[in-house]
Design a protein. Structure first.
Length: 611
Protein backbone atom coordinates (compact mmCIF):
# COMPACT_ATOMS: atom_id res chain seq x y z
CA UNK A 1 0.00 0.00 0.00
CA UNK A 2 1.16 3.54 -0.61
CA UNK A 3 2.91 5.04 2.38
CA UNK A 4 4.05 8.62 1.91
CA UNK A 5 6.92 8.03 4.30
CA UNK A 6 8.34 5.41 1.96
CA UNK A 7 7.10 6.56 -1.44
CA UNK A 8 9.64 6.31 -4.23
CA UNK A 9 8.17 8.04 -7.24
CA UNK A 10 8.11 6.13 -10.52
CA UNK A 11 8.31 8.30 -13.63
CA UNK A 12 5.67 8.64 -16.30
CA UNK A 13 5.12 7.14 -19.68
CA UNK A 14 3.87 9.84 -22.00
CA UNK A 15 0.32 9.82 -23.31
CA UNK A 16 -1.45 10.38 -20.01
CA UNK A 17 -0.87 14.08 -19.72
CA UNK A 18 -3.55 15.24 -22.14
CA UNK A 19 -6.34 13.70 -20.07
CA UNK A 20 -4.74 14.24 -16.69
CA UNK A 21 -5.58 17.02 -14.25
CA UNK A 22 -3.06 19.84 -14.07
CA UNK A 23 -0.76 19.07 -11.15
CA UNK A 24 2.26 21.27 -11.75
CA UNK A 25 1.28 24.60 -10.22
CA UNK A 26 -1.40 26.40 -8.28
CA UNK A 27 -4.41 27.61 -10.24
CA UNK A 28 -3.59 31.27 -9.56
CA UNK A 29 0.11 30.96 -10.38
CA UNK A 30 1.52 32.91 -13.30
CA UNK A 31 2.00 30.70 -16.40
CA UNK A 32 5.51 29.31 -16.66
CA UNK A 33 7.54 29.83 -19.81
CA UNK A 34 10.59 28.30 -21.43
CA UNK A 35 12.32 25.45 -19.60
CA UNK A 36 10.11 25.97 -16.53
CA UNK A 37 7.03 25.31 -18.68
CA UNK A 38 8.63 22.12 -20.01
CA UNK A 39 9.37 21.09 -16.44
CA UNK A 40 5.78 21.62 -15.33
CA UNK A 41 4.47 19.67 -18.32
CA UNK A 42 6.73 16.79 -17.39
CA UNK A 43 5.59 17.00 -13.77
CA UNK A 44 1.99 16.58 -14.96
CA UNK A 45 3.01 13.48 -16.86
CA UNK A 46 4.99 12.06 -13.95
CA UNK A 47 2.18 12.68 -11.50
CA UNK A 48 -0.47 11.18 -13.77
CA UNK A 49 1.62 8.06 -14.19
CA UNK A 50 2.22 7.81 -10.46
CA UNK A 51 -1.49 7.94 -9.74
CA UNK A 52 -2.07 5.30 -12.39
CA UNK A 53 0.57 3.04 -10.84
CA UNK A 54 -0.51 3.75 -7.26
CA UNK A 55 -4.26 4.41 -7.09
CA UNK A 56 -4.02 4.26 -3.28
CA UNK A 57 -2.06 7.51 -3.49
CA UNK A 58 -5.08 9.33 -4.91
CA UNK A 59 -7.09 8.13 -1.91
CA UNK A 60 -4.37 9.10 0.55
CA UNK A 61 -4.30 12.58 -0.97
CA UNK A 62 -8.09 12.87 -1.06
CA UNK A 63 -8.21 13.38 -4.86
CA UNK A 64 -9.94 10.10 -5.77
CA UNK A 65 -12.98 11.93 -7.16
CA UNK A 66 -14.09 13.37 -10.50
CA UNK A 67 -11.64 12.42 -13.25
CA UNK A 68 -9.76 10.26 -10.75
CA UNK A 69 -12.80 8.49 -9.28
CA UNK A 70 -11.68 5.26 -10.97
CA UNK A 71 -8.69 5.06 -8.61
CA UNK A 72 -10.95 4.44 -5.63
CA UNK A 73 -11.85 0.94 -6.85
CA UNK A 74 -8.29 -0.23 -7.45
CA UNK A 75 -5.07 -1.19 -5.73
CA UNK A 76 -1.57 -1.10 -7.16
CA UNK A 77 -0.64 -3.88 -9.57
CA UNK A 78 2.14 -5.89 -7.91
CA UNK A 79 2.78 -8.29 -10.79
CA UNK A 80 6.25 -8.91 -12.17
CA UNK A 81 5.16 -7.22 -15.41
CA UNK A 82 4.06 -4.14 -13.48
CA UNK A 83 7.44 -3.98 -11.74
CA UNK A 84 9.18 -4.16 -15.12
CA UNK A 85 6.90 -1.46 -16.53
CA UNK A 86 7.62 0.78 -13.54
CA UNK A 87 11.36 0.43 -14.09
CA UNK A 88 11.02 1.32 -17.76
CA UNK A 89 8.82 4.34 -17.12
CA UNK A 90 11.16 5.59 -14.39
CA UNK A 91 14.12 5.43 -16.77
CA UNK A 92 12.11 7.20 -19.47
CA UNK A 93 11.06 9.94 -17.07
CA UNK A 94 14.65 10.49 -15.94
CA UNK A 95 15.76 10.83 -19.54
CA UNK A 96 13.07 13.41 -20.27
CA UNK A 97 13.97 15.37 -17.14
CA UNK A 98 17.62 15.50 -18.13
CA UNK A 99 16.61 16.83 -21.53
CA UNK A 100 15.43 20.02 -19.79
CA UNK A 101 18.13 22.66 -19.41
CA UNK A 102 18.77 22.78 -15.65
CA UNK A 103 20.96 25.89 -16.00
CA UNK A 104 17.97 27.86 -17.26
CA UNK A 105 16.00 27.24 -14.06
CA UNK A 106 16.13 29.40 -10.95
CA UNK A 107 14.50 29.63 -7.52
CA UNK A 108 11.66 27.21 -6.85
CA UNK A 109 11.89 25.70 -10.34
CA UNK A 110 15.51 24.73 -9.71
CA UNK A 111 14.60 23.20 -6.34
CA UNK A 112 11.75 21.28 -7.97
CA UNK A 113 14.03 19.95 -10.70
CA UNK A 114 16.79 18.87 -8.30
CA UNK A 115 14.31 17.20 -5.96
CA UNK A 116 12.61 15.10 -8.62
CA UNK A 117 15.92 14.34 -10.31
CA UNK A 118 17.26 12.87 -7.06
CA UNK A 119 14.25 10.57 -6.73
CA UNK A 120 14.32 9.32 -10.31
CA UNK A 121 18.10 8.87 -10.34
CA UNK A 122 18.19 7.01 -7.03
CA UNK A 123 15.35 4.76 -8.15
CA UNK A 124 17.08 4.12 -11.48
CA UNK A 125 20.33 3.21 -9.73
CA UNK A 126 18.54 0.67 -7.55
CA UNK A 127 16.57 -0.69 -10.50
CA UNK A 128 19.75 -1.22 -12.50
CA UNK A 129 21.71 -2.91 -9.71
CA UNK A 130 19.18 -5.04 -7.81
CA UNK A 131 16.47 -7.40 -8.99
CA UNK A 132 14.75 -8.21 -5.72
CA UNK A 133 12.21 -6.56 -3.48
CA UNK A 134 9.60 -4.38 -5.12
CA UNK A 135 12.18 -2.21 -6.85
CA UNK A 136 15.05 0.09 -6.05
CA UNK A 137 16.49 -0.23 -2.56
CA UNK A 138 15.70 0.08 1.11
CA UNK A 139 13.19 -2.79 1.41
CA UNK A 140 14.58 -6.16 0.30
CA UNK A 141 11.75 -8.39 1.56
CA UNK A 142 8.38 -8.19 -0.20
CA UNK A 143 6.65 -9.85 2.76
CA UNK A 144 7.83 -9.19 6.29
CA UNK A 145 6.52 -7.97 9.62
CA UNK A 146 6.50 -4.43 8.15
CA UNK A 147 6.03 -4.93 4.41
CA UNK A 148 3.33 -6.51 2.30
CA UNK A 149 -0.28 -5.66 1.65
CA UNK A 150 -1.49 -7.89 4.50
CA UNK A 151 0.19 -5.51 6.92
CA UNK A 152 -1.00 -2.30 5.29
CA UNK A 153 -4.49 -2.89 3.87
CA UNK A 154 -6.64 -2.94 7.04
CA UNK A 155 -5.37 0.46 8.21
CA UNK A 156 -5.56 1.96 4.72
CA UNK A 157 -9.09 0.77 3.98
CA UNK A 158 -10.47 1.76 7.37
CA UNK A 159 -8.79 5.15 7.78
CA UNK A 160 -8.16 6.46 4.26
CA UNK A 161 -10.82 4.90 2.01
CA UNK A 162 -13.78 7.16 2.80
CA UNK A 163 -17.35 5.83 2.58
CA UNK A 164 -20.01 8.47 2.04
CA UNK A 165 -22.02 7.00 -0.84
CA UNK A 166 -23.04 3.68 -2.36
CA UNK A 167 -20.32 4.16 -4.98
CA UNK A 168 -17.71 4.47 -2.20
CA UNK A 169 -18.97 1.26 -0.61
CA UNK A 170 -18.90 -0.55 -3.95
CA UNK A 171 -15.35 0.70 -4.47
CA UNK A 172 -14.39 -0.71 -1.06
CA UNK A 173 -15.67 -4.14 -2.13
CA UNK A 174 -13.68 -3.86 -5.37
CA UNK A 175 -10.57 -3.16 -3.34
CA UNK A 176 -11.24 -6.17 -1.12
CA UNK A 177 -11.28 -8.31 -4.25
CA UNK A 178 -8.07 -6.64 -5.47
CA UNK A 179 -6.51 -7.30 -2.06
CA UNK A 180 -6.55 -11.06 -2.65
CA UNK A 181 -4.98 -10.55 -6.08
CA UNK A 182 -2.11 -8.49 -4.67
CA UNK A 183 -1.49 -11.05 -1.92
CA UNK A 184 -0.86 -13.70 -4.57
CA UNK A 185 1.22 -11.35 -6.72
CA UNK A 186 3.48 -10.77 -3.74
CA UNK A 187 3.99 -14.52 -3.40
CA UNK A 188 5.17 -14.65 -7.02
CA UNK A 189 7.67 -11.84 -6.40
CA UNK A 190 8.84 -13.43 -3.17
CA UNK A 191 9.47 -16.76 -4.93
CA UNK A 192 11.48 -14.98 -7.63
CA UNK A 193 13.58 -13.37 -4.89
CA UNK A 194 14.03 -16.63 -3.00
CA UNK A 195 15.56 -18.15 -6.14
CA UNK A 196 18.31 -15.53 -5.73
CA UNK A 197 18.78 -16.29 -2.05
CA UNK A 198 16.65 -13.40 -0.81
CA UNK A 199 14.72 -14.89 2.08
CA UNK A 200 14.05 -12.92 5.29
CA UNK A 201 15.95 -13.93 8.43
CA UNK A 202 14.26 -16.51 10.63
CA UNK A 203 13.19 -13.97 13.25
CA UNK A 204 11.46 -11.79 10.63
CA UNK A 205 9.62 -14.83 9.32
CA UNK A 206 8.55 -15.69 12.87
CA UNK A 207 7.09 -12.23 13.48
CA UNK A 208 5.42 -12.23 10.06
CA UNK A 209 3.82 -15.59 10.81
CA UNK A 210 2.45 -14.27 14.11
CA UNK A 211 0.69 -11.46 12.29
CA UNK A 212 -0.57 -13.56 9.39
CA UNK A 213 -1.92 -16.22 11.74
CA UNK A 214 -3.68 -13.55 13.80
CA UNK A 215 -5.45 -12.26 10.69
CA UNK A 216 -6.32 -15.73 9.40
CA UNK A 217 -7.64 -16.84 12.79
CA UNK A 218 -10.32 -14.15 12.60
CA UNK A 219 -13.46 -15.29 10.86
CA UNK A 220 -15.29 -12.77 8.73
CA UNK A 221 -17.37 -11.66 11.72
CA UNK A 222 -14.20 -10.51 13.52
CA UNK A 223 -12.18 -9.24 10.57
CA UNK A 224 -11.44 -5.47 10.64
CA UNK A 225 -11.80 -5.51 6.85
CA UNK A 226 -15.42 -6.65 7.11
CA UNK A 227 -16.25 -4.70 10.26
CA UNK A 228 -15.15 -1.41 8.71
CA UNK A 229 -17.56 -1.45 5.77
CA UNK A 230 -20.38 -2.94 7.86
CA UNK A 231 -20.07 -0.19 10.45
CA UNK A 232 -19.67 2.70 8.06
CA UNK A 233 -22.41 1.80 5.60
CA UNK A 234 -24.77 1.43 8.55
CA UNK A 235 -23.74 4.83 9.93
CA UNK A 236 -24.37 6.46 6.53
CA UNK A 237 -27.64 4.63 5.91
CA UNK A 238 -26.37 3.06 2.69
CA UNK A 239 -28.72 0.30 1.57
CA UNK A 240 -27.40 -3.15 0.73
CA UNK A 241 -25.90 -6.18 2.45
CA UNK A 242 -22.35 -4.86 2.42
CA UNK A 243 -21.42 -6.81 5.53
CA UNK A 244 -22.50 -10.03 3.83
CA UNK A 245 -20.76 -9.24 0.54
CA UNK A 246 -17.54 -8.27 2.34
CA UNK A 247 -17.72 -11.43 4.47
CA UNK A 248 -18.05 -13.58 1.34
CA UNK A 249 -15.03 -11.92 -0.28
CA UNK A 250 -13.05 -12.34 2.92
CA UNK A 251 -13.85 -16.04 3.36
CA UNK A 252 -13.69 -17.05 -0.31
CA UNK A 253 -10.75 -14.96 -1.57
CA UNK A 254 -8.81 -13.03 1.07
CA UNK A 255 -8.49 -15.64 3.80
CA UNK A 256 -7.24 -18.34 1.37
CA UNK A 257 -4.73 -15.87 -0.11
CA UNK A 258 -3.49 -14.99 3.37
CA UNK A 259 -3.12 -18.72 4.02
CA UNK A 260 -0.97 -19.02 0.89
CA UNK A 261 1.35 -16.31 2.24
CA UNK A 262 1.46 -18.15 5.56
CA UNK A 263 2.32 -21.38 3.75
CA UNK A 264 5.18 -19.63 1.94
CA UNK A 265 6.62 -18.36 5.21
CA UNK A 266 6.33 -21.83 6.75
CA UNK A 267 8.00 -23.34 3.70
CA UNK A 268 10.90 -20.91 4.06
CA UNK A 269 11.28 -21.12 7.82
CA UNK A 270 13.51 -24.25 7.90
CA UNK A 271 15.76 -22.73 5.22
CA UNK A 272 16.05 -19.28 6.80
CA UNK A 273 19.32 -18.06 8.27
CA UNK A 274 19.69 -15.96 11.40
CA UNK A 275 22.03 -13.35 9.87
CA UNK A 276 20.46 -9.94 10.32
CA UNK A 277 22.17 -7.75 7.73
CA UNK A 278 21.60 -7.25 4.03
CA UNK A 279 25.32 -7.84 3.42
CA UNK A 280 24.39 -11.50 2.84
CA UNK A 281 22.07 -10.65 -0.09
CA UNK A 282 23.20 -10.37 -3.74
CA UNK A 283 25.48 -7.30 -3.96
CA UNK A 284 24.45 -6.71 -0.35
CA UNK A 285 27.14 -4.18 0.57
CA UNK A 286 26.19 -2.04 -2.40
CA UNK A 287 22.50 -2.53 -1.59
CA UNK A 288 23.10 -1.03 1.84
CA UNK A 289 25.09 1.91 0.44
CA UNK A 290 22.32 2.74 -2.05
CA UNK A 291 19.68 2.29 0.67
CA UNK A 292 21.55 4.74 2.89
CA UNK A 293 21.61 7.28 0.06
CA UNK A 294 17.93 6.63 -0.63
CA UNK A 295 16.84 7.23 2.98
CA UNK A 296 19.33 9.84 4.20
CA UNK A 297 19.54 11.69 0.84
CA UNK A 298 23.18 12.32 1.63
CA UNK A 299 26.46 10.76 0.59
CA UNK A 300 27.35 9.54 4.08
CA UNK A 301 29.13 6.17 4.08
CA UNK A 302 28.44 3.19 6.36
CA UNK A 303 31.72 3.80 8.20
CA UNK A 304 30.87 7.47 8.71
CA UNK A 305 27.42 6.51 9.98
CA UNK A 306 28.95 4.12 12.50
CA UNK A 307 31.52 6.60 13.81
CA UNK A 308 29.00 9.45 14.05
CA UNK A 309 26.72 7.20 16.05
CA UNK A 310 29.42 6.15 18.49
CA UNK A 311 30.52 9.77 19.04
CA UNK A 312 26.96 10.93 19.67
CA UNK A 313 26.27 8.05 22.04
CA UNK A 314 29.16 9.27 24.17
CA UNK A 315 28.16 12.96 24.23
CA UNK A 316 24.43 12.36 24.71
CA UNK A 317 25.05 9.86 27.51
CA UNK A 318 27.00 12.58 29.33
CA UNK A 319 24.07 14.98 28.88
CA UNK A 320 21.62 12.37 30.19
CA UNK A 321 23.84 11.74 33.20
CA UNK A 322 23.62 15.40 34.27
CA UNK A 323 19.84 15.54 33.95
CA UNK A 324 19.39 12.23 35.73
CA UNK A 325 21.43 13.38 38.70
CA UNK A 326 19.30 16.52 38.83
CA UNK A 327 16.18 14.31 38.98
CA UNK A 328 17.66 12.07 41.69
CA UNK A 329 18.77 9.13 39.52
CA UNK A 330 22.48 8.69 40.26
CA UNK A 331 23.22 4.97 40.60
CA UNK A 332 24.47 2.83 37.74
CA UNK A 333 25.21 3.50 34.11
CA UNK A 334 22.97 5.76 32.02
CA UNK A 335 21.39 2.69 30.46
CA UNK A 336 20.76 1.14 33.87
CA UNK A 337 19.18 4.35 35.13
CA UNK A 338 16.96 4.55 32.07
CA UNK A 339 15.96 0.94 32.76
CA UNK A 340 15.08 1.88 36.34
CA UNK A 341 12.89 4.69 35.02
CA UNK A 342 11.24 2.31 32.56
CA UNK A 343 10.53 -0.17 35.35
CA UNK A 344 9.16 2.38 37.83
CA UNK A 345 5.40 1.66 38.07
CA UNK A 346 4.80 5.26 39.19
CA UNK A 347 5.87 6.37 35.72
CA UNK A 348 3.63 3.93 33.83
CA UNK A 349 0.01 4.05 32.76
CA UNK A 350 -2.23 1.14 33.66
CA UNK A 351 -2.15 -1.49 30.94
CA UNK A 352 -5.94 -1.43 30.61
CA UNK A 353 -8.33 0.18 28.15
CA UNK A 354 -9.02 2.90 30.73
CA UNK A 355 -5.30 3.49 31.25
CA UNK A 356 -4.74 3.69 27.52
CA UNK A 357 -7.60 6.18 27.12
CA UNK A 358 -6.02 8.31 29.85
CA UNK A 359 -2.66 8.17 28.07
CA UNK A 360 -4.17 9.45 24.81
CA UNK A 361 -6.06 12.18 26.68
CA UNK A 362 -2.80 13.37 28.26
CA UNK A 363 -1.13 13.46 24.85
CA UNK A 364 -3.89 15.72 23.56
CA UNK A 365 -3.14 18.15 26.39
CA UNK A 366 0.53 18.21 25.31
CA UNK A 367 -0.53 19.00 21.75
CA UNK A 368 -2.80 21.84 22.87
CA UNK A 369 -0.03 23.35 25.00
CA UNK A 370 2.62 23.41 22.29
CA UNK A 371 0.07 24.50 19.67
CA UNK A 372 -0.39 27.74 21.59
CA UNK A 373 3.35 28.46 21.34
CA UNK A 374 3.67 27.99 17.58
CA UNK A 375 3.10 31.61 16.41
CA UNK A 376 6.35 32.73 18.03
CA UNK A 377 8.31 30.11 16.09
CA UNK A 378 6.56 29.70 12.72
CA UNK A 379 5.27 32.29 10.30
CA UNK A 380 2.70 30.04 8.65
CA UNK A 381 0.65 27.52 10.61
CA UNK A 382 -1.27 24.52 9.23
CA UNK A 383 -5.03 24.46 8.88
CA UNK A 384 -5.29 20.66 9.05
CA UNK A 385 -6.10 19.19 12.46
CA UNK A 386 -4.19 16.45 14.28
CA UNK A 387 -5.90 13.35 15.71
CA UNK A 388 -4.24 10.83 18.04
CA UNK A 389 -5.22 7.16 17.70
CA UNK A 390 -3.87 3.85 18.96
CA UNK A 391 -2.31 1.42 16.47
CA UNK A 392 -4.89 -1.24 15.45
CA UNK A 393 -4.57 -4.35 17.56
CA UNK A 394 -4.26 -6.55 14.47
CA UNK A 395 -0.86 -5.08 13.54
CA UNK A 396 0.48 -3.76 16.85
CA UNK A 397 2.79 -6.76 17.41
CA UNK A 398 5.15 -5.71 14.61
CA UNK A 399 4.37 -2.02 14.31
CA UNK A 400 6.70 0.71 15.64
CA UNK A 401 5.97 2.66 18.82
CA UNK A 402 4.52 5.62 16.99
CA UNK A 403 4.03 6.86 13.44
CA UNK A 404 2.09 9.42 11.44
CA UNK A 405 -0.25 9.56 8.43
CA UNK A 406 -0.58 12.93 6.73
CA UNK A 407 -3.87 14.76 6.09
CA UNK A 408 -5.64 14.72 2.75
CA UNK A 409 -4.94 17.58 0.37
CA UNK A 410 -8.46 18.94 0.66
CA UNK A 411 -8.38 18.94 4.47
CA UNK A 412 -11.30 16.51 4.74
CA UNK A 413 -9.17 13.99 6.63
CA UNK A 414 -6.90 15.13 9.48
CA UNK A 415 -3.35 14.08 10.16
CA UNK A 416 -3.21 10.99 12.39
CA UNK A 417 -0.57 10.32 15.05
CA UNK A 418 -0.66 6.60 15.78
CA UNK A 419 0.69 5.33 19.09
CA UNK A 420 1.33 1.66 19.80
CA UNK A 421 -0.33 0.67 23.08
CA UNK A 422 0.15 -3.09 22.98
CA UNK A 423 1.80 -2.72 26.40
CA UNK A 424 1.88 0.61 28.24
CA UNK A 425 5.05 -0.49 30.03
CA UNK A 426 6.80 0.17 26.70
CA UNK A 427 5.63 3.81 26.76
CA UNK A 428 6.18 5.23 30.28
CA UNK A 429 5.00 8.78 30.87
CA UNK A 430 8.43 10.42 30.61
CA UNK A 431 8.89 9.14 27.04
CA UNK A 432 5.61 10.49 25.69
CA UNK A 433 6.18 14.25 25.36
CA UNK A 434 9.04 13.84 22.91
CA UNK A 435 7.24 11.14 20.92
CA UNK A 436 4.30 13.53 20.60
CA UNK A 437 6.45 16.47 19.49
CA UNK A 438 8.09 14.16 16.92
CA UNK A 439 5.00 12.53 15.42
CA UNK A 440 2.60 15.44 15.97
CA UNK A 441 3.48 19.08 16.60
CA UNK A 442 5.91 20.62 15.73
CA UNK A 443 7.13 17.43 14.02
CA UNK A 444 5.55 15.41 11.26
CA UNK A 445 2.11 16.98 11.35
CA UNK A 446 3.38 20.53 11.04
CA UNK A 447 5.76 19.60 8.23
CA UNK A 448 3.29 17.45 6.28
CA UNK A 449 0.33 19.78 6.65
CA UNK A 450 2.32 22.87 5.64
CA UNK A 451 3.65 21.06 2.58
CA UNK A 452 0.10 20.03 1.62
CA UNK A 453 -1.14 23.58 2.02
CA UNK A 454 1.70 25.29 0.14
CA UNK A 455 -0.21 26.61 -2.87
CA UNK A 456 2.76 27.10 -5.20
CA UNK A 457 4.15 23.57 -4.92
CA UNK A 458 3.48 21.09 -7.72
CA UNK A 459 1.56 18.07 -6.50
CA UNK A 460 4.50 15.87 -7.38
CA UNK A 461 6.52 17.72 -4.72
CA UNK A 462 3.81 17.22 -2.11
CA UNK A 463 3.69 13.45 -2.45
CA UNK A 464 7.40 12.60 -2.45
CA UNK A 465 8.65 11.72 1.01
CA UNK A 466 12.32 12.08 1.95
CA UNK A 467 13.18 10.33 5.16
CA UNK A 468 16.32 12.41 5.73
CA UNK A 469 14.32 15.63 5.44
CA UNK A 470 11.09 14.55 7.14
CA UNK A 471 12.48 12.37 9.92
CA UNK A 472 15.34 14.81 10.33
CA UNK A 473 12.79 17.60 10.78
CA UNK A 474 10.84 15.58 13.34
CA UNK A 475 13.99 14.86 15.34
CA UNK A 476 14.99 18.53 15.05
CA UNK A 477 11.48 19.36 16.31
CA UNK A 478 12.11 17.26 19.43
CA UNK A 479 15.06 19.51 20.26
CA UNK A 480 13.15 22.64 19.24
CA UNK A 481 10.62 21.78 21.96
CA UNK A 482 13.38 22.48 24.51
CA UNK A 483 13.84 25.96 23.06
CA UNK A 484 10.07 26.45 23.11
CA UNK A 485 10.08 25.89 26.87
CA UNK A 486 8.25 22.57 26.94
CA UNK A 487 10.65 21.08 29.48
CA UNK A 488 11.18 24.03 31.82
CA UNK A 489 9.15 22.31 34.56
CA UNK A 490 9.53 18.76 33.28
CA UNK A 491 12.99 17.35 33.98
CA UNK A 492 11.79 13.79 33.48
CA UNK A 493 10.39 14.75 30.08
CA UNK A 494 13.73 16.39 29.23
CA UNK A 495 15.47 13.15 30.17
CA UNK A 496 13.07 11.51 27.75
CA UNK A 497 14.08 13.97 25.04
CA UNK A 498 17.76 13.12 25.48
CA UNK A 499 16.83 9.44 25.58
CA UNK A 500 15.19 9.73 22.17
CA UNK A 501 18.15 11.62 20.71
CA UNK A 502 20.42 8.91 22.13
CA UNK A 503 18.05 6.33 20.68
CA UNK A 504 18.60 7.80 17.20
CA UNK A 505 22.36 7.83 17.75
CA UNK A 506 22.17 4.16 18.75
CA UNK A 507 20.28 3.52 15.52
CA UNK A 508 23.27 4.77 13.53
CA UNK A 509 25.49 2.27 15.32
CA UNK A 510 23.27 -0.80 15.17
CA UNK A 511 21.92 -0.26 11.64
CA UNK A 512 25.41 0.09 10.16
CA UNK A 513 26.60 -2.61 12.55
CA UNK A 514 24.17 -5.22 11.22
CA UNK A 515 24.15 -4.27 7.55
CA UNK A 516 27.80 -3.32 7.07
CA UNK A 517 29.84 -4.79 9.93
CA UNK A 518 28.07 -8.16 10.14
CA UNK A 519 26.69 -7.67 13.65
CA UNK A 520 24.19 -10.26 14.79
CA UNK A 521 20.65 -9.42 15.83
CA UNK A 522 21.58 -10.26 19.41
CA UNK A 523 24.68 -8.05 19.34
CA UNK A 524 22.57 -5.14 18.10
CA UNK A 525 19.90 -5.73 20.76
CA UNK A 526 22.53 -5.82 23.53
CA UNK A 527 24.15 -2.55 22.37
CA UNK A 528 20.72 -0.94 22.14
CA UNK A 529 19.53 -2.06 25.60
CA UNK A 530 22.85 -1.29 27.29
CA UNK A 531 22.96 2.23 25.85
CA UNK A 532 19.43 3.41 26.57
CA UNK A 533 17.93 0.86 28.95
CA UNK A 534 14.81 0.12 26.91
CA UNK A 535 12.92 -3.04 27.65
CA UNK A 536 14.08 -5.91 25.51
CA UNK A 537 10.66 -6.38 23.87
CA UNK A 538 10.74 -2.84 22.49
CA UNK A 539 14.39 -3.19 21.49
CA UNK A 540 13.63 -6.38 19.56
CA UNK A 541 10.83 -4.67 17.62
CA UNK A 542 13.18 -1.84 16.68
CA UNK A 543 16.15 -4.00 15.72
CA UNK A 544 13.98 -6.25 13.60
CA UNK A 545 12.51 -3.17 11.93
CA UNK A 546 16.01 -2.07 10.89
CA UNK A 547 16.55 -5.49 9.32
CA UNK A 548 13.48 -5.06 7.12
CA UNK A 549 14.28 -1.44 6.15
CA UNK A 550 18.10 -1.18 5.88
CA UNK A 551 19.30 2.40 6.15
CA UNK A 552 15.98 3.98 7.10
CA UNK A 553 16.83 4.20 10.80
CA UNK A 554 19.88 6.32 9.99
CA UNK A 555 17.87 9.05 8.29
CA UNK A 556 16.62 10.58 11.57
CA UNK A 557 19.91 11.71 13.07
CA UNK A 558 21.61 12.40 9.75
CA UNK A 559 18.67 14.64 8.85
CA UNK A 560 18.59 16.40 12.21
CA UNK A 561 22.30 17.20 11.99
CA UNK A 562 21.72 18.76 8.57
CA UNK A 563 18.77 20.87 9.78
CA UNK A 564 20.96 22.15 12.63
CA UNK A 565 23.83 22.77 10.20
CA UNK A 566 21.78 24.89 7.79
CA UNK A 567 20.21 26.81 10.70
CA UNK A 568 23.67 27.63 12.05
CA UNK A 569 24.72 28.70 8.56
CA UNK A 570 21.73 31.04 8.26
CA UNK A 571 22.31 32.51 11.73
CA UNK A 572 25.95 33.21 10.95
CA UNK A 573 25.17 34.75 7.55
CA UNK A 574 22.25 36.93 8.70
CA UNK A 575 23.27 37.88 12.23
CA UNK A 576 20.60 40.13 13.74
CA UNK A 577 18.45 39.75 10.64
CA UNK A 578 17.97 36.06 11.37
CA UNK A 579 14.30 35.29 12.18
CA UNK A 580 13.53 31.76 13.34
CA UNK A 581 10.01 32.02 11.91
CA UNK A 582 11.29 32.92 8.45
CA UNK A 583 13.93 30.20 8.63
CA UNK A 584 11.32 27.57 9.44
CA UNK A 585 9.02 28.83 6.69
CA UNK A 586 11.89 28.72 4.19
CA UNK A 587 12.64 25.11 5.05
CA UNK A 588 9.06 23.85 5.35
CA UNK A 589 7.09 25.76 2.72
CA UNK A 590 9.55 24.64 0.04
CA UNK A 591 8.28 21.07 0.52
CA UNK A 592 10.16 17.87 1.25
CA UNK A 593 13.49 17.62 -0.53
CA UNK A 594 16.85 15.86 -0.37
CA UNK A 595 19.18 17.28 2.26
CA UNK A 596 21.53 18.65 -0.39
CA UNK A 597 18.62 20.56 -1.91
CA UNK A 598 17.56 21.79 1.55
CA UNK A 599 20.86 23.62 1.81
CA UNK A 600 20.17 25.31 -1.54
CA UNK A 601 16.71 26.39 -0.31
CA UNK A 602 18.22 27.92 2.81
CA UNK A 603 20.87 29.62 0.68
CA UNK A 604 18.01 31.24 -1.26
CA UNK A 605 16.47 32.39 2.03
CA UNK A 606 19.80 33.85 3.16
CA UNK A 607 20.27 35.71 -0.13
CA UNK A 608 16.74 37.14 -0.01
CA UNK A 609 17.18 38.48 3.54
CA UNK A 610 20.74 39.77 3.46
CA UNK A 611 20.00 43.11 1.84
Amino acid sequence: MTNRRQLLLSAAALGLAAAAPRFAAAADAAPATGEAAKLNTLFDQLMARQLRQSPELATALGVDTGALAWTKSELSDASLQALADNKASNAEGLGKLKAIDRKALTGTDAINYDTVEFVLATQAEGDAKFNYGTGGSGSPYVISQLTGIYQQAPDFLDNQHTIETKADADAYLARLEAFSRVLDQEVVIARRDAAQGVIPPDFIIDKTLIQLKTMIANGADKSPLVESIARRTKEKGIAGDYAGMAASLYEEQIRPALARQQALMEEWRPKAVHDAGCWRLPDGDDYYAVSLRNYTTSNITPDEVHKTGLDLCKSLSAEADKLMKKAGYSKGSVGERYRAMYSDPKLQYENTDAGKDKLIADLNVKVETIQAKLPAWFGQLPKAKLVIKRVPKAIEAGAPGGYYNGPSLDGSRPGIYWINLRDTAETPSWTLPTLTYHEGIPGHHLQNALSNEAGDLPLIRKVIWFSGYGEGWALYAEELAIEMGMYEKDTLGHIGQVHDALFRAVRLVVDSGMHSKHWSREQAIKFYVDAIGDQEAGAITEIERYCAWPGQACSYMVGKLDWLKVRAKAKKALGKKFDIRKFHDAGLLSGAMPLTVLEAAIDNYIAANKG
